[in-house]
Design a protein around this ligand. Structure first.
Ligand code: IMP
Length: 533
């Protein structure tokens, strides 16, 4: 079979699967679990589908579940990979959406450092991180975050660029999340980092950008914003200076979630003035339009777009109310950089957790597993799936890096993953947490939905719709998670782990190209491209 045909066939498989996955489920089960035929990886030599349009050495990494898939690990590995390509001397890591609602922990010289607004890869000498115009940036927290990073890696001058067009978040937008909760008479559902209000005011044009903070007359501009907010708070009987907002500095220092008050007008402006001074001192703020145009044509740069949140949290394509306010798909890079388009990217990777999915928020997705907040309250009569979910929560430490909240555990939902992959624009999958499984257990995987009349219905974002679907499951055998953590290659994985991966590849139509097998950096297996007969 011609190599190009392989790639086209994959695309057709994805289309067929989208409309009729049951057939694939039966065929794949038979091939893999009965006949031991395991197909994994991208077809060797097959052209990426959009290769002619794309720029060389470009990668995008996006979550295709409901967030917290472990994207940081994949980004780390891809930076290394890009740097090994002959001729590539630097890698530019670009964050194009989101802000301090994102969070993951990386290890620098054996110590854990949390990243929120700063792009990954900061610990490599050869990387430059761009916080681009699609991001929402809180300057004070950014300076605190950079301070922690510099304690570990030294001066970051020249390694970080902040777009002058990025959207500005201050404590005012954070306070507004509190006000929104009062207006709605229920939690507004954000991380409290001001993300929703900042994006909302980008659209209604009431908000500000980083360049407004850099202007000479910034105190006047931000003072006017403060006055406007104060008036609105007063109308709701609230005293703006006393509203509590997250205190990142104290939270970092104490390791516990801390808050502080917005403060009086001058206090608010003085805090911003400190941050502004540091931004200037560190020469962080640039016109990234110019940087991108230079980078695009210089092939000594590898380029990695680091997605935050996930397709399942996309403002339009995720399931409300627990969605963020940005375009988390590959298309987000167009608005988030104003130079790059999805078509420009060669390597498009979707990340998901292999044996389960996790989620934060209040909504209950179709494959939600009910667990008490405190696992000590899990009754003796708990079902096997609840016991498995409890094991996952503890073993995989399913607690948000940013929110500190416990995450919900869900059965892997292939109906949702297929939709998310398609809408994210990815071409291949990388799976994480392959070690979170036990020999002898049963892992339920949702293969498709039906409606009340037994007809097959597809995933569609929105609880109003999803509350009416009935998920259908296949039960697959678990595997020894400890053996997974020791494996150095796909061949060394326990059979049931390989079968499970092949089943996901076959029933989503997206090749699996990498898996993580444990928390350490070296717990990583690249799936070699497969030979085409
Ligand atoms: P916001 O992005 O702070 O407005 O939060 C909106 C929703 O998205 C909330 O339910 C958050 O918990 C969720 N969310 C935002 N960022 C992340 C993330 O990086 N991982 C998981 N959930 C997130």
């Amino acid at each position: 079979m011609a190599r190009e045909t392989e790639a086209l066939l994959l695309r057709d498989t994805q289309k067929d699967l989208f409309f009729n996955p049951q057939l694939a489920v039966e065929t794949q089960y038979d091939l893999i679990y009965i006949k031991n035929q395991v197909i994994l990886g991208w077809p060797l030599g097959a052209q990426r589908l959009f290769a002619e349009l794309a720029r060389e050495n470009t990668v995008i990494i996006i979550g295709v579940a409901l967030g917290d898939e472990g994207k940081g690990r994949l980004v780390d590995n891809k930076i290394k990979f890009l740097l090994e390509i002959p001729g590539v001397q630097k890698v530019v890591v670009i964050r194009f959406q989101g802000g301090s609602n994102a969070g993951h922990t990386i290890q620098i010289r054996g110590e854990n450092v949390g990243l929120h607004q700063v792009p990954s890869g900061i610990m490599y000498a050869e990387t430059v991180g761009i916080m681009d115009r699609g991001m929402v940036i809180h300057p004070e927290d950014l300076i605190t975050e950079i301070g922690y990073i510099e304690d570990k890696v030294g001066d970051t001058r020249g390694k970080l660029i902040l777009s002058s067009d990025a959207i500005l978040v201050t404590d005012l937008e954070r306070a507004e999340e509190v006000l929104n909760t009062i207006k709605q008479k229920k939690a507004a559902g954000g991380t409290g980092r001001g993300i929703g209000p900042a994006y909302a005011h980008f659209y209604d044009r009431l908000g500000l950008n980083i360049h407004d903070l850099m202007d000479e007359n910034w105190r006047e501009t931000l003072g006017t914003q403060y006055d406007r907010y104060e008036k609105e708070f007063t109308a709701f009987g609230l005293d703006l200076p006393n509203v509590l907002v997250p205190d990142f500095k104290e939270t970092k220092r104490s390791g516990k979630s801390k808050t502080r008050t917005v403060g009086q007008r001058e206090e608010f402006l003085d805090r911003l003035e400190d941050a502004r001074k540091k931004l200037i001192e560190k020469d962080l703020v640039k016109n990234t339009f110019v940087s991108h145009t230079n980078i695009y044509s210089d092939l000594s740069y590898g380029v990695l777009f680091e997605g935050a949140q996930a397709l399942g949290l996309h403002a339009w394509l995720g399931t409300r109310p627990d969605v963020t306010s940005s375009d988390t798909s590959m298309d987000g890079i167009k608005t988030g950089t104003a130079v790059w388009r999805g078509q420009d990217i060669l390597d498009r990777i979707g990340v998901f957790k292999i044996p389960y999915t996790s989620s934060v928020g209040v909504r209950k997705m179709p494959t939600h597993i009910e667990l008490p907040k405190d696992l000590a309250d899990l009754p003796e009569t708990a079902t096997d799936e609840q016991k498995r979910a409890a094991y996952i929560r503890v073993k995989a430490r399913e607690k948000g890096t940013t929110s500190g909240r416990f995450r919900d555990i869900l059965h892997l939902d292939l109906e949702m993953i297929r939709y998310n992959c398609r809408m994210a624009g990815i071409e291949v999958l990388a799976g994480t947490h392959l070690d979170i499984a036990r020999e002898g257990e049963t892992i339920k995987v949702c293969t498709h939905y039906t409606n009340g009349s037994g007809e097959r219905v597809p995933y569609q974002p929105g609880l109003r719709y999803l509350n009416g679907v009935i998920p259908h499951y296949i039960e697959l055998p678990g595997w020894d998670g400890e053996a997974v953590a020791k494996a150095k290659s796909i061949e060394e994985l326990p059979d049931n782990a390989r079968y499970f991966l092949a089943f996901i590849q076959g029933t989503t139509g997206y090749p699996i190209v990498a898996v993580t097998t444990g928390p350490a950096r070296e717990n990583f297996i690249s799936v070699p491209d497969r030979e085409i007969k």
